[in-house]
Design a protein around this ligand. Structure first.
Ligand code: GAR
Length: 210
């Protein structure tokens, strides 16, 4: 399975996917790292690893016109599955439907709690005891779509948005390759808008004990 990874910034989740794909038995390869921001740090990192990269700035462009250029680059690279990894643009229904069930995203909360931005500060403000991250198929409403896998982390006394974010990010880097493997092996089909995972295919260790 050929991946197109879309990023907007540092790309640490993209790095986790690249590292996973470097294992001989991993069922996917990175065909293209694509960004809406030519200055995204992750682009330079990927290029340094010899991975094909492209930057298509969205500035001064209609949202769908920009996405049509992104889509053309993905198609040109022979991409089968698009992985959003810190891609911070809201996608139009056109793009989402074009890549329906071939477009996944990682989000830094246990969806459907805390869609949108500033998830860690909002989790702390609500006083939740558990927080985490979600990999899901993308649908047009922001941060909605069939859930593939989630990982939990405990909220600790004295956490700040930064300390909680660090803990969640570590979980993201473990979760995304696991979820991607399920998708690439055909073990995460969408059935009636729910993802059906075979029994035992998801490691229990995704839940971090306090
Ligand atoms: C990650 O925490 C990711 O879950 C989040 O942005 C960060 C990107 O970090 N994505 C979103 O909030 C998307 N709505 P990274 O560039 O180091 O992977």
């Amino acid at each position: 399975m050929r991946l197109g990874i879309q990023i907007s910034g540092r790309g640490s989740n993209m790095q986790a996917l690249v590292q996973a794909c470097s294992a001989a038995d991993f069922p996917a390869e990175v065909a293209l790292v694509l960004s809406n921001d030519p200055g995204a740090a992750g682009l330079a990192w990927a290029a340094g690893k010899g991975i094909a990269t492209a930057a298509i700035s969205h500035k001064g462009m209609d949202r769908e016109a920009h996405e049509r250029l992104m889509d053309a680059a993905l198609v040109e690279a022979g991409v089968d599955l698009v992985c959003n990894a810190g891609y911070m643009r809201v996608l139009t229904p056109w793009f989402v439907e074009k890549w329906r069930d071939r477009l996944i995203n990682i989000h830094p909360s246990l969806l459907p709690s805390f869609p949108g931005l500033n998830t860690h500060a909002r989790a702390l403000a609500e006083g939740v005891r558990w927080h985490g991250c979600t990999v899901h198929y993308v649908r047009a409403p922001v941060d909605e779509g069939p859930i593939i896998a989630q990982a939990t982390v405990p909220v600790a006394a004295g956490d700040t948005p930064e300390t909680l974010s660090d803990r969640v990010l570590t979980a993201e880097h473990r979760l995304y390759p696991i979820a991607l493997r399920l998708v690439a092996e055909g073990k995460a089909p969408v059935v009636n808008e729910r993802v059906e995972i075979p029994a035992g295919a998801l490691p229990e260790s995704l839940c971090h004990p306090g």
